[in-house]
Design a protein around this ligand. Structure first.
Ligand code: NCD
Length: 335
């Protein structure tokens, strides 16, 4: 014992308490599904972020495999097109040892008129352990979760929530700024159609950040006052003194009227270029969930510039999704 204590004294600083410090690995996530940030406590969020850090390290190693989900089946059910989210969930599941199946909706019975509930019942019969769902209707993922026996993760439902995006954004911010609490974050552009904005507002508030939304009135939800954010209708005041500038894609596929006069005009007023970025703090960092419309909401010089965290967000996405799958797997039957 004494020898160990002596060795320990050389390996660790005197104030490092080896016994009482909880490791992320011992954290318990008290939920069966991840349907949104709403419903998560600050401890749940911090626990997931701490666990993600372990996967960031693992993902930079040559051998990236864990056996956490060995024998488990993960189905990615995407009713809406997705590049990074779907591939990120696929990699996350595979690195944890799950059998991952991507269910393509364009070739599925959904196109032939099968209802969401029928799809749920069909999938249920295949005994998946985790179902990752993206759907164009807000609330569809929660409905599915009520009809299916396995764990469900929301990969984006309509303009409602996209919890893993908010978690990966928080991880990226925390790694670069060292904290979330006390930061000022401006979320800019098409807030109205954005589930990313909603999940981020909830998470950033829960961890003690100040949130502003910046955009034209046509792209702000009518009930924006309920969100407890500061609303700015021009980029100069909106970006003034902020730590993080989070740009959103102009979601033209969700617009059925004229929300913006023209793309050129939108870029002029709302597109983030180097001149507008100077309104923010000199050490402000730029984020975008992707896919980016270069020259519409963001200029290439900023997207690829020294203040951009956009590539890092993609890296953090895999780690966060591994943490979510790992945390949920601890609550699976026979775990
Ligand atoms: C976002 C989404 O699908 O909500 N993208 C993503 O998940 N990376 C944002 C968007 O589509 O603009």
């Amino acid at each position: 014992m004494q020898v160990l204590a002596i060795v320990g004294a050389y390996l660790y600083p005197a104030d490092f308490d080896m016994t009482s410090k909880p490791t992320a690995t011992s954290f318990t996530f008290p939920h069966r599904h991840l349907l949104g940030i709403e419903g998560l406590s600050a401890e749940d969020i911090t626990g997931l972020l701490d666990l993600s850090e372990e996967f960031v390290v693992l993902n930079r190693e040559v051998e990236k495999k864990r056996a956490t989900l060995r024998g488990r089946t993960q189905i990615n059910l995407f009713f809406e097109a997705s590049t990074r989210t779907q591939s990120s969930f696929e990699l996350a599941g595979k690195r944890l040892g799950a059998d991952v199946m991507n269910m393509s909706v364009s070739t599925s019975s959904v196109k032939k008129g099968e209802t969401l509930i029928d799809t749920a019942a069909t999938l249920n019969a295949m005994h998946p352990d985790v179902l990752i769902v993206r759907h164009s209707a807000s609330g569809a993922v929660e409905l599915l979760a009520r009809k299916i026996d396995c764990s469900v993760v929301n990969a984006g439902d309509g303009a409602h929530e996209h919890p893993t995006q908010a978690l990966l954004d928080a991880l990226t911010i925390r790694r670069n700024k060292g904290r979330i609490e006390g930061l000022t974050v401006a979320i800019c552009g098409d807030i109205l159609h954005s589930r990313v904005a909603r999940s981020n507002i909830l998470l950033l508030h829960r961890l003690g950040a100040q949130v502003r939304v910046v955009g034209p009135s046509t792209l702000l939800p009518r009930d924006i006052d309920r969100f407890g954010v500061d609303v700015h209708r021009d980029m100069k005041s909106g970006l003034d003194g902020v730590d993080i500038v989070m740009m959103l894609r102009l979601q033209r596929e969700r617009m059925n009227g004229s929300f913006v006069p023209s793309v050129k005009e939108y870029f002029h007023y709302w597109g983030l270029d180097e001149a507008k970025l100077r309104y923010a703090k000199p050490d402000a960092l730029v984020m975008h969930p992707g896919p980016m419309n270069r020259g519409v909401e963001i200029d290439s010089a900023v997207a690829d510039g020294a203040q951009s965290l956009i590539r890092e967000q993609v890296e953090m996405g895999v780690a966060v999704r591994m943490a979510v799958l790992d945390a949920l797997s601890r609550n699976l039957p026979n775990a």
